[in-house]
Design a protein around this ligand. Sequence first.
Ligand code: ADE
Length: 226
Amino acid sequence: MPEEIDPLLKYFDNYKTTKYGSNSYYETSYNNTDIVIAYSKIGKVFSALTTTILIEKFRCNMVLFSGVAGAIDQNLKIGDIVVATKTAQHDLDITAFGHDVGFVPEGAKFIDMNQKLVNIAIGVAKSNNILLQKAVVATGDQFVADEDRKLFIEKNFQADILEMEGGSVAVVCDSLDIPLLIIRSISDTANMDAGFDFDKFLEASAKISAKLMIQILHKIISLSKI
Ligand code: ADE
């Protein structure tokens, strides 16, 4: 969402805008590293499209995802920050044919995130005294504001957070062999107050996630110059 990239655009402030495929891409450069910033709009299809364009048109060789999420794990509170260890699609369902929920043939129920990037994120958080918790991410084309749906996702995916893009971005990155890092800050707890909480905390939580992502980006760039 625009709120999720605003803090990034403000940070880099000098960028070139390209319109492509009903979306805007903001190209900037930092320390001789080309960076393209985009929000996809909400959901799995838009985010898969945007990720594909970032990789295929703009030749991105790494994808860093920053945004907000709803918490499933009761220990996660609004404003907490997580790094994805693996993603799944909680609304992918061909159980009628005997398959596990979240699985389709030639796919995988879970996609593991790039371990090196997860470790860098954890190291950066630690050195900035930020508690960054590992999370299994469940993605679906649904804003969840319902305890029963939350329980279904927890039971079937052992997920800690839920959102609407990580799982689809992961499918694209995994298929095209592009390392992916997902950082999300909690905006709500996916209960009946979720809509209200989301509206109230979207901006603040998006800023928390973006701030850490910028610190991680600095680290990644410094490591790539060695
Ligand atoms: N992103 C942030 N909160 C969410 C929720 N409750 N459901 C789906 N996506 C979200």
